[in-house]
Design a protein around this ligand. Structure first.
Ligand code: IMP
Length: 196
């Protein structure tokens, strides 16, 4: 089975493809002929995920696919950067700049707890289905590691002693928010395949 994933973020494609069974292959937006950022105008992950898959299906003419919207929610910052994680330090969407802004805003706060949350929206048989995952952890005061993407260098999941960016993909997947949501997506796709 080949399924459209409405993103051009290579890190998300790599993480999600690594979680899928060998018989489910991701078709990226670029491969489907759409080489642009999809607008994310809403205040919730659910609404943005739904808007992304609707946009992608409309512009590619494909009938089925999924999208993902995610973010880092920092408790001492009232949940920021949240849905604005990708462009928190500005439209350049630069990971190092985003990390520096979060670290600066956290200065003086003793509560360094945070969580990643992801929402997948699957458009299947003309219905939108949502799958969610959360990974709780703490933010380190200096970035460490060079793997992964986004806020990985400062995020240490609960139960680990190093940052996501110090882990390979297999280890990150054991903790990650994305892994939890993708597992539900796989379960749904399997059930749908079996009932056909
Ligand atoms: P969006 O879902 O394209 O709006 O982007 C979500 C943003 O949240 C990414 O650009 C990252 O900055 C951040 N993010 C989401 N998931 C992760 C993760 O697993 N590790 C690090 N940063 C993440």
């Amino acid at each position: 089975m080949e399924i459209l994933f409405a993103t051009n973020n290579p890190h998300k494609v790599r993480e999600i493809q690594s979680l899928l069974p060998a018989d489910i292959r991701i078709l990226t937006l670029r491969e489907a002929g759409l080489d642009q950022e999809i607008p994310e105008p809403f205040d919730t992950l659910e609404q943005n995920a739904q808007a992304k898959i609707q946009f992608a299906l409309q512009h590619t003419g494909i009938g089925t696919g999924f999208s993902e919207d995610s973010g880092l929610f920092v408790n001492a910052l009232g949940g920021r950067p949240g849905v604005h994680s990708a462009h928190y330090a500005g439209p350049q969407r630069n990971d190092a700049d985003n990390i520096q802004r979060v670290l600066k805003e956290l200065e003086g706060h003793s509560d360094r707890s945070a969580f990643f949350q992801t929402t997948i929206c699957l458009r299947w048989d003309n219905q939108d289905l949502f799958f969610k995952g959360i990974c709780r952890g703490t933010l380190r005061s200096t970035p460490q590691g060079d793997q992964g993407f986004g806020y990985d260098p400062i995020f240490q999941p609960e139960g680990a002693d190093r940052s996501f960016a110090q882990m390979d993909l297999i280890e990150k997947n054991k903790y990650s928010h994305r892994q939890q949501a993708v597992q539900q997506l796989i379960d749904h796709l399997r059930q749908a395949q079996n009932s056909r």
